[in-house]
Design a protein around this ligand. Sequence first.
Ligand SMILES: NC(=O)c1ccc[n+]([C@@H]2O[C@H](COP(=O)([O-])OP(=O)(O)OC[C@H]3O[C@@H](n4cnc5c(N)ncnc54)[C@H](OP(=O)(O)O)[C@@H]3O)[C@@H](O)[C@H]2O)c1
Length: 261
Amino acid sequence: MTSRLGFGALHLTDGGWGPPVDRDAAKAVLRTAVDLGVHMIDTADAYGVGANEELIAEALHPYPAGLTVATKAGQCRPGRGEWVPLGRPEYLRQQAELSLRRLRVERLDLFYLHRVDPAVPLADQVGALADLRAEGKVDRIGLSEVDVETIEAARRVAPISAVQNKYSVDDRAYEEVVDHCTAESIAFVPWRPIPRGDARVAKVAAELGAPEAAVALAWLLARSPAIQPIPGTTSLEHLRENMSADAITLTADQVAVLDQS
Ligand SMILES: NC(=O)c1ccc[n+]([C@@H]2O[C@H](COP(=O)([O-])OP(=O)(O)OC[C@H]3O[C@@H](n4cnc5c(N)ncnc54)[C@H](OP(=O)(O)O)[C@@H]3O)[C@@H](O)[C@H]2O)c1
């Protein structure tokens, strides 16, 4: 695995709810992502309500050495478009067992608490993941959509290897978390990493003759060595554009343009 980029698989299953629209095309995207060097595939029990993990196993199992398959639990899906935090320990354990089965592995490489459930003590939610780790069913533990205080509270229960928050060149609400993860050697995995129609990105992309998505991803890679973006696409062409970010080195002037508010 040669890239700091990962691949987000959410959109490969219809609307995050149903099976893939085109199963063969979705498998081709996953296999090409691995061929192009992604080091991580990002999924969740809730994506396609299990169908996304099944698709990944069908496309990629047995997984190549060095590839991380990251999954999550902690949001249930009462209906299409509905995502409801559910962090009861027995539910998190059940979902881990189902992810192990669907991904056809004996240990989950990276297992995120998808959302902190405000109705359940944080220590119980992270404690459930820590118990699974102690049993050898989980290798690394991650959190999603969390602030620094929550990260530190969770770290008093278990080691946290990754934080997955929404972050991009045009969405900087989590600057403090990026800095904290960088200082603490925690992987920061930005979701929704590609902005839509950002004038600053368009300007730098035109200057470089590069796709806008690749420039936005290159900015993330330059922002911190802790950052491991997981752009998702259903298109082989977009996948290749996104992977071309690895080859882009932004100048200080270009970073300054992208950093303008
Ligand atoms: N932790 C969380 O709560 C959370 C929430 C949401 C998502 N995620 C994870 O993060 C991953 C990425 O997030 P995301 O899917 O919301 O955002 P994203 O990957 O930034 O955006 C996906 C969208 O961008 C388009 N796109 C991708 N590459 C493009 C390119 N080169 N040019 C133009 N358009 C392009 C895709 O359309 P095409 O298919 O047409 O390319 C798709 O509509 C997801 O797959 C999922 O694994 C996590």
